[in-house]
Write a protein of this length. Structure first.
Length: 202
């Protein structure tokens, strides 16, 4: 059993799920990943007790959905997608709590320039183009911070802790510099489209 890959364990479990051996296969599968999932949840939350509870929830969800796993994918990819989504949901729920007005409140306000960028790029297959602009315009840290904040909707303080940022303003500083770089990159893209006779929204 120990020599079997995760995917082989699942295949064997599917064939023997109603037998005592099926239970043993399932126990072995989750034993392999219990500590790693808990560690991943701790990195996301920074709290040992919360991470332990989240890990239990993740493993239970994985057990409930194991019949939906497809063998053409890696089990670890599938499992950590569940873990990531569950942790994100919990972090978003926490961030709903009201904050005192100040710089943090300003960060949560819609950025008109980014909304304009979004509208423009959505008309030009925005997903791929945004990824390209991020790769070309931002450094690795800026790209990660922008993705976590605007795609995964994590609060800036959570991103600062998660990424271990030690600069004075944390994730906020990277957001500010990334916005400037992206605005310049989008402006260049728009100019290039105009020179080629391309059409885009304004």
């Amino acid at each position: 059993m120990l020599d079997l890959s995760d995917e082989q364990l699942i295949a064997s479990w599917s064939a023997e799920k109603e037998t005592p051996n099926g239970r043993s296969l399932l126990d072995e599968l989750f034993r392999r990943h219990r500590t790693r999932v808990a560690t991943w949840c701790f990195r996301m939350t920074g709290e040992v007790d919360t991470a332990s509870d989240l890990a239990q929830d993740v493993l239970f969800k994985a057990f409930q959905r194991l019949d939906t796993f497809r063998s053409d994918a890696r089990f670890t990819t599938w499992l950590y997608t569940i873990a990531r989504n569950h942790c994100m949901d919990q972090l978003r729920a926490r961030s709903v709590q009201p904050n005192e007005a100040g710089d943090g409140a300003l960060e949560e306000m819609p950025d008109g320039r980014l909304e304009e960028i979004s509208v423009t790029l959505e008309r030009r297959e925005s997903d791929e183009l945004v990824r390209q602009l991020i790769r070309e315009s931002l450094d690795e840290t800026e790209g990660k911070v922008m993705t976590l904040h605007y795609v995964d909707e994590l609060p800036l303080e959570t991103i600062t802790r998660l990424m271990g940022l030690t600069n004075l303003s944390g994730a906020k500083g990277y957001i500010v510099s990334a916005r400037r770089k992206l605005s310049r990159a989008v402006e260049k893209w728009r100019q290039a489209q105009a020179s080629r006779g391309g059409r885009y929204g304004v």
